[in-house]
Design a protein around this ligand. Structure first.
Ligand code: FES
Length: 387
């Protein structure tokens, strides 16, 4: 079975016995939020999301989270129905993983074969599926690779905590030797890929308009309670925007805003919707939205930006409202993913320097944990650390 065939297996990760090698290669666990593949998956997806206390805190969360998920499910199902009946995030993640591994096999033959395993937080395939498939494949060296470019304890942090919990649940604590790619929002390859997508988006405008198009970078918002703990997310998103702006070297004005707030808590702003309203009130016609914290199309791009915000902009007279293409399986983005992992394999770091620095307001003892076997920082030697 080729890596690409492995990637398109229709459900849980599959072991690949014909790849059972003389050496075990490298397993790369791609961590992400996930999205419902079918309309029937919507309510369970929302339920897992709203009861995740590492994402948001609600009073009587198990009860209230269930109520909110149930109440929101019909509307969210309609949104997914309007974009084809489900989220394409699993398909894109598999294409990204396949492209990344093909490149890595050429880039780093000494750590080949490289295989990817999808670990979604709120929908299958889950972290348990990923670690069980790695065990079946005989993987020993494993990399937890977040697919959120910028760190947040509510996204990457929650996904890593769940991965370590899955290891314990499956009694696989000592099987893999781990390292972690916990953030990459300023990686040159990623910055180049986003800049390429922005340039492509600007082609949607007439040449005489292009220099004056406002670039509206839009990231997923987070509850303010997360930010108030000292979460790095806003600073890391701003750093990405700054790096992309420098790489573009264009005269266009730009702004950063946040979208997709849900539920009865306060969220990080300025909200993308309010920014669109204000720009329209100022008479701004040409606005190119650039997803800056999403690496593939899902409901936040295909529905929220392309349908909801586009209708809003049109109704307000903003005639040049467009979106830059998502990174999806752009070759320059697949190159970037392979380079990020390749650089990580070369530098021998177990995780970034920032990973062990907890949020000042953190009260979650699970945060910033490491599994029982991690690569020793710098030397790459095996080392046992407490979780
Ligand atoms: Fe950030 Fe715990 S919430 S380290």
């Amino acid at each position: 079975m080729t890596i690409r065939e492995h990637a398109v297996m229709p459900h849980k990760q599959q072991s690949s016995p014909q790849h059972m090698p003389t050496r075990s290669g490298t397993g790369i666990v791609m961590l992400n939020l996930g999205g419902p593949e079918t309309l029937a998956d919507v309510e369970p997806f929302l339920l897992r999301l709203f009861v995740d206390r590492e994402l948001l805190r609600l009073p009587w969360q198990d009860v209230l989270g269930r109520v909110i998920a149930k109440r929101r499910a019909p509307r969210v199902r309609d949104l997914y129905a309007a974009i084809g009946g489900g989220s394409p995030i699993l398909r894109w993640t598999r294409e990204q993983g396949a492209g990344m591994c093909e490149r890595l096999d050429a880039l780093s033959p000494e750590t080949a074969p490289h295989r990817f395993y999808v670990s979604f937080r709120y929908v299958a395939p889950f972290a348990d599926d990923a670690v069980l498939a790695m065990k079946a494949d005989g993987i020993q060296r494993a990399i937890a690779f977040t697919q959120y470019p910028q760190w947040s304890c509510a996204t990457t942090g929650s996904s890593l905590n769940e991965l370590w919990r899955a290891l314990r649940r499956q009694q696989l604590d000592d099987v893999f030797e781990w390292s972690i790619i916990d953030r990459w929002g300023e990686h040159d390859g990623f910055v180049r890929a986003v800049a390429g997508a922005v340039r492509e988006g600007l082609q949607l405008y007439a040449p005489h308009e292009r220099d004056d198009v406002l670039l509206l970078y839009s990231a997923h918002s987070l509850p303010l309670s997360v930010i108030d703990r000292g979460d790095a997310y806003p600073a890391e998103v701003a750093a990405t925007v700054s790096r992309v702006t420098t790489a573009l070297a264009l005269p266009n004005p730009h702004l950063l805003c946040y979208q997709s707030d849900v539920g009865p808590v306060r969220w990080l702003g300025a909200s993308t919707e309010s920014v669109i309203r204000n720009l329209a009130a100022q008479g701004r016609k040409n606005v190119l939205v650039v997803p800056i914290a999403f690496t593939s199309d899902h409901i936040e791009t295909l529905s929220e930006i392309d349908i909801e915000y586009a209708h809003l902009a049109q109704s307000l007279g903003m005639s040049g409202f467009r979106r830059a293409p998502s990174l999806n399986a752009r070759p320059d983005f697949l190159d970037a993913l392979a380079d990020i992992v390749g650089d990580h394999l070369q530098d021998g770091m177990a995780y970034s320097r920032q990973y062990s620095t907890r949020c000042p307001g953190c009260s979650n003892s699970a945060c910033r944990g490491v599994p029982s076997r991690v690569r020793c920082a710098r030397t790459g030697d095996r080392q046992t650390m407490g979780s």
